[in-house]
Design a protein around this ligand. Structure first.
Ligand code: HPA
Ligand code: ZN
Length: 350
């Protein structure tokens, strides 16, 4: 069931945003390429002499209207064309870490897709070294910890995922886990059974996007075929009672991204989002920003808008924050330190 703590007292609705902002948290579902704000995109386009088809940052922002995941992925992919050098990947990651720090994120596990960039002629080393250098600097520069999860692109073949894994192996120590992203429907988890088995052998932690737009069957196969430890999104699980029971019983974390779901029309309004129902059903949900530059907000914006729309409580807030640390891939001693800071923050809201 949901984590309770004696220090969690009822908090008045008007003080909830302050509590949500001040609350220490971990972010476990954020694609670094989706944190590229129009301002930085234009600056990198200039630095690297890459033409953009939008006349201004505002014109680009105005184009961020999507009917589904694929419409978003097309424009997201276009934005990644400005990334050329190791320094670009470093700068983009530092910009995100600064925003995360401002939202009291103590730890983040950052998704990236090497194949997007190797598809543009970059080497895996340029990508991974730039991202990793920012993660390594995170404790000193931003007072937080950060690690990397390499996502295979599921619209490409399993053979291409194997190639991607091979290219990353010389940089093995810079990557904590493997994930699965991009166009979901028509590309079920089992398409990647062999490469996930190999990644598991190599000691990577495993996650996968499943049940964002596709049915519960994709979540079952992510669990039972790919053997993942967390499900990214997973909101379609609500349509399968047996799956809900499995997720609750095995405490499988769901990394839910409410503003992403709203922008990609997975739910028509935030008031119709199921994260409250998930928590009340004992599912280990977390709140995350997915692609914050495109979906209208970083993690605290996801928390405050979702809580306002659904009328969630301080107990829900504590459970979500606690889940984020419990679901993370940090070691036990660091987790204990972060949980102490979480409890201390709730003490001040008694
Ligand atoms: N879903 C799938 N792939 C993605 C996403 C997402 O929300 N963001 C970036 N790649
Ligand atoms: Zn995602």
């Amino acid at each position: 069931m949901a984590s309770t703590h004696p220090s969690v007292q009822p908090v008045a609705a008007d003080r909830m945003p302050a509590l949500l902002r001040a609350m220490p948290k971990a972010e476990l579902h954020m694609h670094i390429e989706g944190s590229l704000e129009p301002e930085l995109m234009f600056a990198l386009a200039k630095r690297n002499h890459v033409p953009l088809r939008f006349p201004s940052e505002q014109a680009l922002r105005d184009a961020y209207v999507f009917n589904n995941l694929q419409e978003f992925l097309d424009i997201y992919h276009e934005g990644t064309m400005v990334l050329k050098t190791e320094q670009d990947f470093y700068d983009m990651t530092c910009a995100y870490l600064a925003r995360a720090q401002a939202d009291n994120v103590l730890h983040t596990e950052i998704f990236f897709d090497t194949q997007t960039h190797t598809g543009h002629g970059l080497s895996a080393e340029v990508v991974i070294n730039g991202l990793y250098r920012a993660c390594a600097d995170a404790p000193a520069k931003f007072g937080m910890t950060a690690s990397l999860i390499l996502c295979f692109l599921r619209h490409l073949s399993e053979e291409e995922a194997f190639e991607c894994l091979e290219q990353a192996l010389p940089l093995r120590d810079k990557i904590v886990g493997i994930g699965l992203a991009s166009s979901e429907v028509g590309h079920p988890p089992e398409k990647f059974a062999k490469v996930y088995a190999r990644a598991k052998q190599l000691g990577f932690r495993l996650v996968a996007h499943a049940g964002e737009e596709a049915p519960p069957a994709y979540i079952w196969s992510a669990l039972d075929v790919l053997k993942v430890e967390r499900i990214d999104h997973g909101v379609q699980a609500i349509h399968d009672a047996a799956l809900m029971q499995r997720l609750a019983k095995d405490r499988i974390p769901l990394t839910v991204c409410p503003l992403s779901n709203l922008k990609l029309r997975v739910f028509p309004t935030l008031a119709q989002h199921n994260i409250g129902a998930m928590l009340d059903a004992g599912i280990m949900a977390t709140v995350n920003s997915d692609d914050p530059a495109y979906f209208g907000g970083y993690i605290n914006e996801n928390f405050t808008q979702t809580f306002a729309a659904l009328g969630l409580t301080a107990q829900h807030a504590y459970t979500l924050a606690r889940n984020s640390f419990d679901a993370s891939f940090i070691d036990a001693s660091l987790r204990a330190k972060y949980l102490e800071r979480l409890d201390a923050a709730f003490e001040t809201f008694r």
